[in-house]
Design a protein around this ligand. Structure first.
Ligand SMILES: *[C@@H]1O[C@H](CO)[C@@H](O)[C@H](O)[C@H]1NC(C)=O
Ligand SMILES: *[C@@H]1O[C@H](CO)[C@@H](O)[C@H](O)[C@H]1NC(C)=O
Length: 343
């Protein structure tokens, strides 16, 4: 699979902060003056934001002790689930050669979707975005057309021009954004740009195709966030926005527009998120964008016992200890190791 695991952060922006850090850029997206609120935040997560934001100044590991971080995950995960979560994922397939030789490719492709179906309420939906009408992909996802999955999993073709046109009414700006996407040769950057515009236009969560969900996402829904992957790297393998057309996603795309066309692997994902985070932190403005600690998503980066490093996940055999991290919360207390801390 051509997608790498990505790094992310979450912040909340006030309208004033947005105007502040956009002034002086080459571009300023239109219609960008609304104040973001904490729409339907879970109180469990909201209570932790000031501690999390403070711990992320500056962005670096270790942010919190593993014990504290695990406790935060427990607190958040104890909130009520069952909400109508909206998750986006997607994949770019190389046109030349194709994935015919990839071992177990179809099964791997379905794994994340199955984890979505297993953990999210039956009113939640998942859109699988792709840029190609690829037969392999349609074959892989055919099982999700069954009646019992009807409407929950949809394959969506990504039309860059029409999606970017929804970001801003000024055609010069929306065409410039679409051009950054179309002229992009780095597949990771293409994927970063796709997720940014999709989250802007539709809201919801983004998960990479190599992310497995092991918990109901409801307690994290309708927030602007990414997470700390490694060191000072904001990971967007999993990210979320509070609502369609959120100030967070507008700020994100505005920063994309202000950059020169680049094929740097991280240019339009982690790098933009890190810049956004630094601007918000240095302006001392309240913000709706947060960078969640790594243990919310990937215990291996935080030294959690029994956590499987992401690179090993598909290439090594599962161990009993590793599998314990996916157990339902009620069973954790019976485990001899530290409680699992992944969501
Ligand atoms: C559209 O955006 C460009 C670039 O920011 C700007 O120069 C131009 O004046 C804008 N056009 C309108 C009609 O606002
Ligand atoms: C969805 O789940 C609820 C319980 O959470 C159940 O009552 C309902 O029948 C389910 N609907 C479908 C279509 O499976």
């Amino acid at each position: 699979m051509s997608l790498r695991s990505l790094l992310h952060i979450v912040l909340l922006l006030s309208a004033a902060a947005e105007r502040n850090f956009l002034r002086g850029e080459n571009y300023e997206l239109q219609g960008f003056s609304r104040l973001l609120g904490f729409d339907q935040s879970s109180p469990e997560l909201t209570r932790l934001f000031s501690e999390i934001d403070e711990g992320m100044k500056p962005i670096r590991h270790p942010t919190f002790s593993l014990e504290r971080c695990s406790q935060m995950v427990e607190d958040v995960a104890s909130a009520a689930g069952g909400g109508e979560n909206f998750v986006h994922t997607g994949l770019f397939l190389p046109s030349a050669g194709g994935p015919a030789g990839w071992q177990d490719a179809q099964r791997k492709m379905r794994l994340g979707i199955l984890s979505f179906l297993a953990t999210q309420s039956n009113t939640s939906k998942l859109w699988f975005w792709t840029n190609v009408g690829n037969e392999f992909l349609q074959d892989s996802l055919r099982m999700f057309e069954e009646e019992r999955f009807r409407g929950r999993v949809q394959l969506r073709h990504f039309e860059a021009r029409s999606e970017f046109a929804q970001v801003v009414s000024n055609a010069t700006e929306s065409n410039a954004l679409a051009h950054v996407y179309e002229a992009q040769t780095d597949v990771t950057s293409k994927s970063d740009l796709l997720r940014a515009v999709v989250l802007h236009n539709y809201g919801g969560f983004w998960m990479d195709t190599d992310v497995l969900l092991i918990r109901d996402l409801t307690p994290l829904a309708q927030e602007d966030f990414a997470y700390l992957g490694q060191d000072d790297f904001v990971n967007n393998a999993f990210m979320s926005t509070s609502k369609p057309r959120s100030a967070f996603m507008k700020s994100y795309l505005s920063l994309v527009l202000a950059r020169h066309l680049s094929t740097n692997h991280f240019e339009y994902g982690p790098s933009v998120l890190t810049e956004l985070c630094r601007k918000i932190q240095s302006s001392e403005m309240p913000s709706t964008f947060h960078v969640l600690p790594g243990c919310f998503f990937d215990g291996a980066w935080c030294g959690a016992s029994a956590a499987v490093y992401w690179d090993d996940f598909f290439s090594k055999k599962a161990s009993k200890a590793g599998a314990s991290r996916g157990r339902p919360r009620a069973e954790w207390s019976a485990l001899p190791e530290k409680p699992a801390s992944q969501i």
